[in-house]
Design a protein around this ligand. Structure first.
Ligand code: MRU
Length: 360
């Protein structure tokens, strides 16, 4: 497919008219927009050591696959800076393993941490050099991730017809990446080109990333939207009121299977039943070329209390257990195409083409 690539260099994510990224490096610290507080309060947190970043990834102060990849890369740089000279190699190895373990499903975290770790290792025993390289490698990884999202937005935009009614799930916006978003980058660029759009935002139980964060980003950008319950998607498909579905991903396997937020799979089945295209937008850092298919993706199970309680309020029968898988697997056959910074690909060719592009 041919496309004319006009990249919007105008502005990044706007929050109340001010440009932000979701993750950045400032004076030797990692800065994050606190996603647990949005949309009710806006606060930037500044973290000075890698255990603080691990905690922020675990408790979802920072969340979204590319955003935790960026936070992880900077956390690894902090760990290299702080590693004592007499135990340098073992300290950074331990930090590498601890940061990666913070959340298991999104491969971006592993990719970001390992990129910094491997670059730093190359200069042992000159530990001073390792420390400088770690910061440079983290910055490079994060800049590339942002660049990818910006480009894939422009590449995916022609897939969105004027007047499109779009379903998205979870938050795949600028907050979930370094900037621009994945699914929302495509929507953002289409909107900025003047296309009329309407976005159905599925609320995304139990953490409500759709209802809180996607709705917030769309409202900030002036894009028409409405929040629906996760189980309402079928009704809108049935009414023929959804023209396409677009999400991000937390891991893309060699065969094109993906892991994404719990509730993606059932919507993908619905899209197939209704012959509606389902696009997955992702930067290169979300591809896992070592993972043959979805069966090999580790799925994170989070606390049952995310389902049974809301703050201090018990929502469910107190003595009943709850299961809380945070992600599900959508098989490649349900995905119409991947939107990447290297082009638009059918699921079967995506990983191979990305691999070639990385090699070149
Ligand atoms: O548990 P989360 O909020 O980190 O999960 C995030 C998602 O599943 C997103 O849809 C995914 O990372 C898409 S790309 C930004």
């Amino acid at each position: 497919m041919k496309w004319s690539l006009r990249i919007d260099r105008g502005y990044n994510m706007l929050i109340n008219g001010i440009e932000y990224k979701s993750v950045w490096w400032e004076d030797g610290s990692v800065c994050l927009i606190d996603q647990n507080l949005l949309p009710f309060a806006f606060q930037v947190v500044k973290l000075n050591d890698f255990p603080q970043v691990i905690k922020a990834i675990r408790d979802m102060t920072v969340r979204g696959a590319p955003a935790i990849g960026a936070a992880g890369a900077f956390a690894m740089a902090l760990a290299v800076i702080a590693a004592p000279d007499d135990k340098f190699r073992s300290s950074i190895r331990l930090a590498h393993d601890q940061i990666i373990a913070a959340r298991p499903t999104a491969i971006d975290l592993n990719n970001g941490v390992s990129y910094v770790y491997e670059n730093a290792l190359r200069f042992i025993p000159d530990n001073g050099h390792c420390r400088q390289v770690a910061v440079l490698a983290a910055t490079e990884f994060v800049d590339r991730s942002e660049h990818d999202c910006r480009i894939l937005g422009a590449i995916g935009e022609p897939l969105i017809p004027d007047g499109a009614r779009i379903l998205t799930h979870c938050n795949a916006g600028a907050l979930a990446t370094v900037d621009w978003g994945t699914a929302l980058a495509v929507i953002r660029v289409a909107h900025r080109k003047g296309k009329r759009l309407f976005v159905y935002v599925s609320e995304t139980r139990p953490r409500l990333q759709g209802a809180r964060l996607t709705a917030f980003e769309l409202q900030q950008e002036g894009i028409e939207h409405a929040i629906i319950t996760d189980s309402a998607a079928g009704y809108y498909f049935w009414k023929n009121e959804i023209d396409l579905m677009i999400t991000g991903a937390d891991r893309i396997c060699l065969n094109g299977d993906i892991a994404n937020k719990i509730g993606t799979y059932d919507k993908a089945v619905l899209a197939k039943e209704h012959k509606i295209p389902f696009y997955v937008a992702a930067p290169q850092t979300t591809f896992d070329l070592a993972c043959m298919n979805g069966k090999h993706i580790p799925i994170e199970y989070r606390s049952p209390e995310e389902i049974t309680r809301f703050g201090d309020c018990q929502l469910s029968n107190p003595d009943s257990p709850a299961f809380n898988p945070a992600f599900d697997i959508t098989p490649a056959r349900l995905i119409t195409a991947f939107i990447t910074s290297k082009g638009i690909f059918k699921p079967k060719e995506a990983a191979h083409l990305i691999h070639k592009a990385i090699e070149n």
